[in-house]
Write a protein that binds this ligand. Structure first.
Ligand SMILES: NC(=O)c1ccc[n+]([C@@H]2O[C@H](COP(=O)([O-])OP(=O)(O)OC[C@H]3O[C@@H](n4cnc5c(N)ncnc54)[C@H](OP(=O)(O)O)[C@@H]3O)[C@@H](O)[C@H]2O)c1
Length: 274
């Protein structure tokens, strides 16, 4: 499937792509370069970033810069935050760098789990704040936050990875409202199981899933960009019926009038009435 439209740029300027050294981030870099955007590629593995940058410069003619950064470290995150906030040539953030973790929390390694929170939540939030601030001041921009379908399925993982992605979905939905009317779009992308290195890095075997559950990374990114072009604030590339998502979101919003009241619900007052 190649749904990417090469002439539908939804922002102007360069895109900062985090986690661009492999997987989903590397495909975003490729597709955005082919849409004519200059790029800033961010990850820890500078050699892989340079190899990608060299290929994209040669194939597309766009300008590609590389910044080595460990986004789980505040000092490295600060460099990328400054770029997003202050460089008028930057128009998009693909907030994609992320890590997963296997196994139960009981007996788990809290330091490893902290790293996931540092990258998937803390860095993603700090970068989103910097982009929102810079883009709103400049009156245009795009923030793509790569979440996961596990944001909707806490039963499947141990709660830390899925919780980090639920956080990213929540953050995206709130930011979208905050930035309405400021020329800045926010899209949350919720991939299902996608064939990348994240599985091996987490000690998980993607091939344990039936093949019909696994999407190739290029198809996932092309679908996410088609969702972006269609104006979707939340894109779930696998979901056949978009109505399933809109009904879920509507059901959640229908709770709102009753989520905060001055009296407890009657079922909690049974003891009082007997
Ligand atoms: N693959 C899936 O099934 C799936 C499903 C749902 C959501 N996602 C999400 O998609 C995003 C991309 O993951 P992927 O599947 O493409 O996996 P991947 O191939 O492992 O890519 C992860 C990227 O993040 C970078 N990264 C990891 N730790 C970093 C750090 N401390 N600082 C900076 N960069 C760091 C990695 O580069 P370096 O090692 O060079 O730093 C790499 O470029 C993640 O947010 C992930 O949660 C993936």
């Amino acid at each position: 499937m190649t749904q990417t439209s090469l002439n539908k740029a939804s922002f102007t300027g360069a895109a900062v792509v985090t986690g661009a050294s492999s997987g989903i981030g590397a495909i975003y870099a490729d597709r955005l370069a082919r849409r004519g955007h200059d790029l800033v590629l961010v990850a820890r593995d500078e050699a892989r970033l340079n190899a990608l940058a060299q290929r994209l410069r040669a194939e597309t003619g766009v300008k590609v810069d590389v910044i080595r950064a460990d986004l789980s470290k505040r000092e490295d995150s600060l460099k990328i935050e400054a770029l997003l906030r202050d460089d008028a040539g930057v128009g998009a953030l693909i907030n994609n760098a992320g890590l997963s973790v296997a196994g139960p929390l009981t007996g788990g390694d809290p330091d490893r789990i902290q790293t996931i929170i540092d990258l998937n939540i803390t860095a993603a939030t700090r970068l989103a704040i910097a982009a929102a601030t810079g883009f709103a001041a400049r009156g245009q921009g795009l923030i793509v936050n790569v979440a996961s379908v596990l944001a909707l399925a806490p039963e499947i993982s141990n709660g830390v990875y899925s919780g980090s992605k639920a956080f990213v979905l929540n953050l995206s939905q709130a930011l979208n409202i905050e930035l309405a009317g400021k020329g800045v779009r926010v899209q949350a992308v919720l991939p299902g199981a996608t064939r990348t290195e994240i599985w091996e890095r987490a000690g998980l075997a993607i091939d344990a899933f039936p093949p019909e559950m696994i999407m190739e990374a290029d198809e996932m990114v092309d679908a996410a960009l088609a969702g972006l072009d269609a104006g979707e604030p939340v894109t779930i590339p696998s979901l056949p019926d978009l109505g399933d998502w809109t009904r879920l979101d509507a059901a959640r919003q229908a709770l709102r009038p009753n989520l905060s009241r001055n009296r407890a619900a009657d079922r909690y007052k049974a003891a009082e009435t007997v």
